[in-house]
Design a protein around this ligand. Structure first.
Ligand SMILES: Cc1cc2nc3c(=O)[nH]c(=O)nc-3n(C[C@H](O)[C@H](O)[C@H](O)COP(=O)(O)OP(=O)(O)OC[C@H]3O[C@@H](n4cnc5c(N)ncnc54)[C@H](O)[C@@H]3O)c2cc1C
Length: 312
């Protein structure tokens, strides 16, 4: 029996539904899915999905924690593509486990990629490989939402973060208080979310404006700042990833937290922001540098980068 922290589950599309102009909801099923699931609520649990190469099959990988190197060792033309997604829902039943993923349909020429194209063409029976925490194992990680004892939360993101925000709101418990701001391409992309009564959920249609045009001013206004959003941060290849567990995006899991200030001058509680990396970086600058939010209270996560294809 494999006993690595991660489970690799070959899964088939059971059902696909275009639930709004932007989102395709895919339900994956298959016996191996029963092996996936962290020790606690799903929240913003991330998983990897390996999509088959055009006309080919999903590669076979050894069931151990070296799946990343094993995947890279597969010849490029057989490897397919690996991307990161959130679990919109994990349904564990007595006879079957299903994982639902909401795919953003970004299909414009020059701004699309293998994952989005796969979702657009997907049909029941199509196979992918899902990689996630082995059921009950805490050591695979992949959940960042961690408000600690914060009294309120601020969740903000674009359409790629909408599934994670929705899951957090549905998992965090009825006592959660705060606000969520979700920027989406169109008003019709506002989806049903069962949020706790104490959380105000704001869907912000972008209506053709650039990413961040609606989100940045809304977040700043929520924090009581009348500062101009200012210029977007310069483009780069890397995704910003700065959370209390990974300060300054350097992967250091411990140590730095202790030297960060413990007070919260704006009494903002806990802040979780994800989406296009330039937008997230702009918000990080405004919130941490200009408004003085303590870093131990914020998670800034680039989920994708304008003009950059992800490697995984
Ligand atoms: C932790 C985490 C969780 C995520 N959860 C989800 C999720 O639940 N649902 C989801 O849809 N995405 C999610 N994403 C984002 C997703 O991984 C990226 O959007 C990824 O780039 C999609 O792969 P692709 O093959 O379609 O495009 P890529 O090959 O990676 O990129 C090709 C081109 O498409 C552009 N592009 C990529 N994404 C978008 C977009 N959303 N809108 C416009 N242009 C884009 C790139 O800038 C590039 O120019 C998540 C990312 C992370 C890190």
């Amino acid at each position: 029996m494999p006993d690595g922290a991660f489970a690799l589950a070959r899964s088939r599309v059971e059902w696909i539904e275009r639930i709004s102009p932007t989102f395709a909801r895919v339900t994956f099923a298959g016996p191996e899915l029963h092996d996936i699931g962290g020790p606690g609520p799903v929240l913003d649990q991330r998983i990897k999905i390996v999509f088959p190469p055009p006309g080919g099959a999903v590669p076979r990988l050894p069931e151990d924690d070296d799946w990343w190197s094993a995947w890279l060792a597969v010849p490029e033309e057989e490897r397919g593509s690996m991307r990161t997604y959130s679990i919109r829902s994990l349904e564990v039943g007595p006879t079957a486990t299903r994982i639902v993923v909401d795919f953003v349909r970004h299909l414009a020429a020059g701004a699309t990629g293998p994952a989005s194209l796969w979702a657009e063409a997907a049909a029941p029976g199509d196979e992918v490989l899902l990689i996630g925490p082995r059921r009950g194992r805490p050591d695979a990680g992949g959940v960042e939402f961690d408000p600690g004892d914060a009294g309120t939360v601020l969740l903000a993101g674009d359409e790629t973060a909408a599934p994670a925000i929705a899951r957090i709101l549905e998992d965090a418990g009825p006592g959660l208080r705060g606000a969520a701001f979700i920027e989406v391409p169109h008003a019709a992309d506002a989806l049903d979310v069962e949020a706790p009564a104490g959380v105000d959920v704001h869907w912000l249609p972008r209506d053709g404006a650039e990413h961040g045009a609606a989100l940045i001013p809304a977040v700043l206004a929520h924090l009581g700042s009348d500062a101009d959003a200012g210029a977007r941060e310069p483009e780069g290849e890397e995704l910003v990833w700065e959370t209390p567990a990974f300060p300054a995006g350097d992967g250091a899991a411990v140590g730095a937290i202790d030297v960060l200030p413990a007070d919260d001058p704006l009494d903002t509680g806990y802040v979780w922001i994800a989406g296009e990396s330039g937008v997230v970086t702009t918000l990080r600058r405004r919130l941490v540098t200009d408004l003085g939010l303590p870093r131990r209270r914020v998670a800034f996560m680039g989920y994708w980068r304008r003009g950059v294809a992800m490697r995984a």
